[in-house]
Structures are given as structure tokens and as C-alpha cells.
Design a protein around this ligand. Structure first.
Ligand code: GDP
Length: 420
């Protein structure tokens, strides 16, 4: 039950401190303009309960439309990052511009996310912009899964899109779902790991889960076999099981998919339609299963006293954070931080190491769809917005004054975030 309008809620400090870092996912949605990023984001917030009503892009009520919301309500609800909770995980969705024109902004957001969902249009497949954003994500070593959207549209075809991904993005595709029905008649998916079907009967919110329908069983088995073969080709442990038995166990398959996502050797592909809320749930499941937590990504590097230092995602390490967006809102100047190491508290004085200036952290907010939640502190791995910083700019490193670190600017050959 979320109240109407903006609210600031004080939460139980203890709960946040005990949130294990392993449950955090800092994710972005990478998509060509029009592929459905806004609709998918909005559905994610809806099914995770961050928002109580469903908006529609076309009638102007979507809660993710930053401009109209900002105007109408005077608050930042579609912010540079928005938090929601799914299956015990906290997902921070970091906004990534869909336009190549905003290439700098794309790079900035790629810097602070640990994983991404790449969205493709089920009709258009890989488009020039999706390709350039994909290459940028490659440079930052961002682990990705793919979602082929709009399968309900006339002319949509999963296999054709998968082929375009394989050819144009040159990545091994690992398709984990099979669509049930086509275009208008697209009614659900078969989960090829569990060999279960989810069928949306009529509306968006009702669905039936069950065994694979009889008439689809042969095709589902053929596709499962294809998936196993593709995984076995890339993953030694899966290959072992593949050779020893007639099928790879769902558990090994899932573990292998996670590994291959982390190394970028394989791309897990899901499909669906943002017009079906329930279709977003398997996507969220896949995102938390396959994409990394802040603990799974390599330590970031910075320069301290002329020497390169690594900072791991450790709440006990000296505090260091990157400012990735500054926005002025009715709430005031909001400075979005990705905390890489250590802990920062409300009221603390921090150093903007590049500018050699200290600043005071005012309130610390977790931005949700319908409200801001105020927290007392932010720890390594967190993404928060801070009120009270007056001068820190996008790209600035904030740190404890006693350990003045400046994050290295990202370089193509030496990515700040890379996959082990
Ligand atoms: P964005 O530019 O990537 O943020 O895309 P939007 O979410 O704004 O979607 C672009 C258009 O496609 C809007 O008119 C949406 O209503 C529509 N759209 C989004 N998802 C789907 C889908 O799954 N099926 C169909 N048929 N249309 C969709």
C-alpha cells in the first residue's frame, strides 16, 4: 500500500545494515530508443510493488516518464537510479540513455552498473544504436542478459532476432525460453530450464503455470537440447555432465549460465512482451540469478598519493564513491553516488578529492518509484542519492579526507569495471 504522492520515510537502520551485499544488483537497461525500456522499467516497478498503479506510456501516466512526472509532482521519481525489491534482492535500476547522442551519459552510467539487461525489439532485432551501446558495454566489461521484447507484435520472431544478435553482436546466444504462440497469439513461454510453461490467459496479471503443453513438447525438448549443447560447448563442467549423462541438470545449467554471463562468453536470452506483467517476472528472476552482485565484480582502481590503489566492495574499507549524476529537483540538489568501498553516514564530511574540497553529506536517500526512503548510511555496493552536497560534479570521487582517492578515468584498454 503506497500512499499517493511523494513521501519521505524513515526506515529501520538495522534492516539496511543487515542487507547482504550479495543480494544487491546494480543494473541498467540497455536499449535502442523505442525497444520498450520505459515500459519494461515501469512493469518492473509495478510487479516489484514499488508502485501501486500501472502506467501506460501512451496515456501519459507512466511513473517512469521523468519529464512529465517531474513537472506534475515536482519530485524525482524517475531518477538516475531507482530501487526496488525482488525475491529478497535489492535491485537498483540505473538509467541509461537510449540515444547515441548521449554517449557520454551512456558511458557514465555503464561505469556504475554491475550488469545490464539488453532489450531488443522483437521485430527490428539488432539496430545500429543497439550495436553501438553494446560495444560500449563491451568496453566496460558489463555482464549482460538479453530480453527480446514485443513478441506480441505483427512480424515479431524470436529466432530471427536471436540470429541477428549472434551475427551482429558476435556472441554465443543461450536461449532459455521458448515462446508459445506468435504475434497476436503470443500467449506465454516455456521455461527451458525447468521445462514448465507459463501462459497468460487473457489479461496481464493472470497466468497459469503448468507442464509443457502436449503439442509443444517435441519442440521444447529440441530447444532444451540446443541450449544444453550450446552451454556444453562453452563450459567445462556442463560439458562433463553433458558427456556423462543424457542431459545437463537444471542446477548445473543455471550455474553455467551464471558463469558464462559473468565472463561474457555467452548471452542468456529471454523473450516476452512488456505488455504482459507476468512476462517480466522471469526476466527479474534471470537478472538476480545470472547478473553479478557488487561482490562479484573486480575491485575498482583509484589513485592515492600518486599510487594506484584497488578498492574492493568492503563496508569496512575507507569510504570512496563516484558521483554519476547530479540533478536539481524540487527536493533540492540530488547527487547520485555509487559507493565502491566503505561506509558513509548522514552528516559526515567527505572529500571531493579531485577538486580538493570538503563537503558535508546531508540526507541520504534511496529513490523509489513513489517515494524517497531516507537511510542513515550507505555502504559499499549501494547506489543512493544525497541531499546537501553543493559543488560535487558528475565524475567526482568522494572519499574520507584521510584517504584521498581519485578514481581513475575509465580507459578502453583498462576498464574500471571488468569481468574477471
Ligand atoms: P523506450 O523508448 O525504449 O523507452 O520504449 P517505450 O517503453 O517508450 O516503448 C515504445 C513504444 O512501444 C510504446 O508505444 C510502447 O507502448 C510500445 N511497447 C513497449 N513494449 C511493448 C510490447 O511488449 N509490445 C508492443 N506491442 N508494444 C510495446
Amino acid at each position: 500500500d503506497f500512499p499517493e504522492g511523494p513521501r519521505t520515510v524513515r526506515t529501520n537502520l538495522h534492516r539496511h545494515l543487515t542487507d547482504p551485499l550479495t543480494g544487491v544488483r546494480n543494473l541498467g537497461i540497455l536499449a535502442h530508443v523505442d525497444a520498450g525500456k520505459t515500459t519494461i522499467t515501469e512493469r518492473i516497478l509495478y510487479v516489484t510493488g514499488a508502485t501501486y498503479k500501472r502506467g501506460e506510456v501512451h496515456d501519459g501516466t507512466t511513473v517512469t516518464d521523468f519529464d512529465s512526472q517531474e513537472r506534475d509532482r515536482g519530485i524525482t521519481i524517475f531518477a538516475a537510479a531507482v530501487s526496488c525489491v525482488w525475491d529478497g534482492h535489492r535491485i537498483n535500476l540505473i538509467d541509461t540513455p537510449g540515444h547515441v547522442d548521449f554517449s557520454d551519459e551512456v558511458e557514465r552510467s555503464l561505469r556504475v552498473l554491475d550488469g545490464a539487461i539488453a532489450v531488443f525489439d522483437g521485430v527490428a532485432g539488432v539496430e545500429p544504436q543497439s550495436e553501438s551501446v553494446w560495444r560500449q558495454a563491451d568496453r566496460y566489461g558489463v555482464p549482460r542478459i538479453a530480453f527480446v521484447n514485443k513478441l506480441d507484435r505483427a512480424g515479431a520472431d524470436l529466432d530471427t532476432v536471436v540470429e541477428s544478435i549472434r551475427e551482429r553482436l558476435r556472441v554465443a546466444t543461450l536461449v532459455v525460453q521458448m515462446p508459445i504462440g506468435r504475434e497476436d497469439g503470443f500467449t506465454g513461454v516455456v521455461d527451458l530450464l525447468r521445462m514448465r510453461s507459463v501462459i497468460w490467459a487473457d489479461g496481464r496479471d493472470t497466468f497459469t503455470e503448468g507442464p509443457v503443453p502436449d503439442d509443444l513438447r517435441d519442440e521444447a525438448h529440441r530447444r532444451r537440447r540446443q541450449l544444453e549443447e550450446a552451454v556444453a560447448e562453452l563450459h567445462p563442467i556442463a560439458l562433463e555432465e553433458f558427456c556423462a549423462e543424457s542431459a545437463i541438470s537444471a542446477r548445473t545449467l543455471a550455474a553455467a549460465l551464471r558463469d558464462l554471463t559473468g565472463t561474457g562468453e555467452g548471452l542468456v536470452v529471454l523473450c516476452g512482451s512488456a505488455y504482459r506483467n507476468r512476462g517480466i517476472e522471469p526476466l527479474l528472476d534471470a537478472a538476480v540469478s545470472y547478473l553479478p552482485s557488487p561482490l562479484d565484480v573486480p575491485a575498482v582502481r583509484g589513485v592515492q598519493d600518486g599510487a594506484v590503489q584497488e578498492r574492493a566492495a568492503d563496508p569496512a574499507a575507507p569510504f570512496a564513491a563516484l558521483v554519476f549524476k547530479v540533478s536539481s529537483t524540487a527536493t533540492g540538489r540530488l547527487t547520485y553516488l555509487r559507493v565502491y568501498s566503505g561506509t558513509v553516514q548522514r552528516g559526515e564530511t567527505v572529500l571531493d578529492a579531485g577538486a580538493r574540497r570538503t563537503e558535508r553529506i546531508g540526507r541520504i536517500l534511496r529513490v523509489q518509484a513513489e517515494r524517497h526512503t531516507e537511510v542513515d548510511r550507505a555502504v559499499a555496493g549501494d547506489i543512493v542519492a544525497v541531499v546537501g552536497l553543493k559543488a560535487a560534479r558528475t565524475g567526482a570521487t568522494l572519499c574520507v579526507p584521510s584517504a584521498p582517492l581519485v578514481f581513475e578515468p575509465p580507459a578502453a584498454a583498462d576498464p574500471v569495471v571488468s569481468v574477471a
